[in-house]
Design a binder for this molecule. Structure first.
Ligand code: SAM
Length: 280
């Protein structure tokens, strides 16, 4: 197997620094550096970008990002036990890796980064979804990042890239695909991780669009989509009736039938409907 750098194998790093995986921190480590380099390659132009990596752990993905030429990596790790291992990586790549010992949900990393910025992470799934939603809903668009390359439980990855008419289609798909191109770029079996989780995982790559795919006010769109999918089996005239007394007229003027159901409505159609509220 080709070596991606001259640092010790990750199993040795883990033993040497006593990094037994902690369940409470969602620690499932990737130890195959060829695999982490492959994930890094999915993130786009690393040589010309700063990379924000959340949850580096013992640094497998960090090493992949650096070996693949990332201009600079800012890694945010909550578990202080990982810092010595990450310092060794920083020493092997002088001036290219900075580590912050912090909770990624609590800090704003933008002041430590220079544009263009790409985000890459293999995080615990609950933290990953929470951060994804935050990154997709900034106060203004375009956001501070160019792309997101994130590991998810496969079922969540499928919800992000889902198309209308499928069971997985819902709020997450609309949120992600309204302002990004989103695709699953890798599938990983449980055995790719140590310890192995119960479920399969997938890497999703989201590339931001400079402007939303279709015009709509984000707050209005979000309200409509939330109401529509809260009762996804109901007809739109029922699930959306709380939004406006004349909802049936609005549905007609957006080219929708009041008897349609949320899971069949495209992002473009949801945006058409959102625009009927902007004229109020
Ligand atoms: N990236 C490493 C890899 O691929 O082997 C580790 C992945 S492990 C699934 C998740 C990592 O995220 C752990 O190192 C954990 O300590 C860290 N982590 C968990 N919650 C975090 C948070 N809120 N902020 C920053 N790091 C967090």
């Amino acid at each position: 197997m080709a070596m991606i750098d001259s640092l010790p194998p990750l199993r040795e790093v883990i033993t040497q620094h006593g990094l037994s995986a902690k369940k409470a921190l969602g620690q499932n480590f990737l130890l195959d550096l060829n695999l982490t380099a492959k994930i890094a390659r999915q993130a786009g132009d690393l040589a010309g970008s700063d990379v924000l990596e959340v949850g580096p752990g013992p640094g497998g993905l960090t090493r992949g990002l650096l070996a693949e030429g990332a201009r600079r990596v800012l890694a945010i790790e909550k578990d202080a036990r990982c810092l010595p291992a990450l310092e060794e990586i920083a020493a092997a790549y002088p001036g290219r890796l900075d580590v912050l010992n912090a909770d990624a949900l609590e800090i704003d990393p933008t002041q430590h980064l220079t544009q263009p910025i790409r985000i890459v992470a293999n995080l615990p799934y609950n933290v990953g979804t929470e951060l994804l939603v935050r990154w997709l809903t900034p106060p203004t668009w375009p956001p501070f990042w160019e792309s997101l390359t994130l590991m998810f439980q496969r079922e969540v990855a499928q919800r992000i890239v889902a198309q209308p008419g499928s069971k997985a289609y819902g709020r997450l798909a609309i949120l992600a695909q309204w302002r990004c191109d989103a695709k699953i770029v890798m599938d990983l079996p449980p055995e790719a991780f140590v310890p192995a989780p119960k479920v399969r995982s997938a890497v999703v790559h989201l590339e931001r669009l400079e402007t939303p795919r279709y015009e709509a006010d984000p707050a209005i769109l979000s309200r409509i989509v939330a109401a529509a999918f809260n009762q996804r089996r109901k007809m739109l005239r029922a699930s959306l009736k709380g939004l406006a007394p004349d909802i049936e007229d609005r549905l007609h003027s957006a080219g929708l039938s009041p008897t349609d159901r949320a899971e069949r409505i495209s992002i473009e159609q949801f945006c058409n409907l959102a625009r009927t509220f902007e004229q109020d």
